[in-house]
Design a protein around this ligand. Structure first.
Ligand code: SF4
Length: 250
């Protein structure tokens, strides 16, 4: 499997889930490298924003930042080795994130099966951009999909970020929660359109402020919380940013 690499090790770490319905729960995170989308504000661009790639990212123009050298931020690991590293934390929840984990579905399915054989009560969450429909075996093995369809604020063409068959699959799965990253009022109208178009269950929608630091969170959260109250949707904070800022691997 292609995994993100941090401090010369695969990015597998024990932390608290920072977002979504299980926020606050202890979890082991494992970060897939590679994504089929290239959001301009992606906070995990180490998984795809490599030197020599053409996709723009808002960090590219910042002083002191540059696209990532692929060999410095990516490593290869087989599913059995990944399972051993995850099991070493003896944690009942695993979050497979990315990048886009569904690009490497077979490897992650093998990893899940090996972890579950040793730890049958382990709960698996998968974070996905909902552009791939999971196989029946993978969907059965996963306990919760944290689905984050991308809006036009991502800078990605609609033809790439909205895949109707995949979105309808997730909308009909009782394992799915939809988490939308909201930056401005126009995003709300877009979400309402997506909800109608793909039949997204009202009670499974969470709105999360677009934020990379606590200042952004504090600025957008009160406004977005009011919208959640008025529309009857759940508000989703970013606990990990409040606790650890932009640091990776914690
Ligand atoms: S889909 Fe997610 S991982 Fe992929 S570029 Fe967008 S924010 Fe980053």
């Amino acid at each position: 499997m292609h995994l993100a690499k941090l401090h010369d090790s695969p990015e597998i770490f024990h932390t608290l889930q920072g977002e979504g319905p299980s926020a606050g729960s202890p979890a082991v995170f494992i970060r897939a490298s590679r994504c089929n989308l290239h959001c301009v504000w992606c906070d995990s661009d180490c998984t795809w924003n490599f030197e020599g790639t053409p996709w723009p990212h808002e960090n590219d123009a910042l002083p002191g930042t540059a696209k990532h050298r692929q060999s410095a931020v990516t490593c290869e690991l087989d599913p059995a080795a990944a399972a051993r590293l995850v099991l070493a934390f003896n944690c009942p929840r695993v979050v497979i994130t990315g990048g886009e984990p569904l690009l490497q579905e077979s490897g992650f399915l093998e990893m899940i099966q090996q972890i579950r054989a040793a730890q049958p009560d382990c709960v698996f969450e998968v974070e996905t951009n909902a552009t791939r429909t999971p196989s029946a075996d993978f969907a059965a093995a996963v306990d919760q999909f944290n689905v984050s369809p991308k809006l036009s604020n991502s800078g990605v063409a609609e033809s790439l970020r909205l895949v109707p068959d995949a979105l309808r699959f997730f909308a009909h799965s009782p394992k799915t929660w939809f988490k939308f990253v909201v930056a401005n009022p126009a995003d709300i109208a877009e979400i309402l359109t997506l909800r109608s178009r793909f039949g997204i269950p009202h009670e499974r929608i969470l709105l999360m402020p677009a934020a990379r630091n606590t200042a952004d969170l504090d600025r957008r959260a009160p406004w977005l919380a009011g919208i959640c109250r008025d529309l009857g949707w759940r508000f989703c904070d970013r606990l990990h940013i409040r606790l650890w800022g932009e640091r990776r691997g914690v």
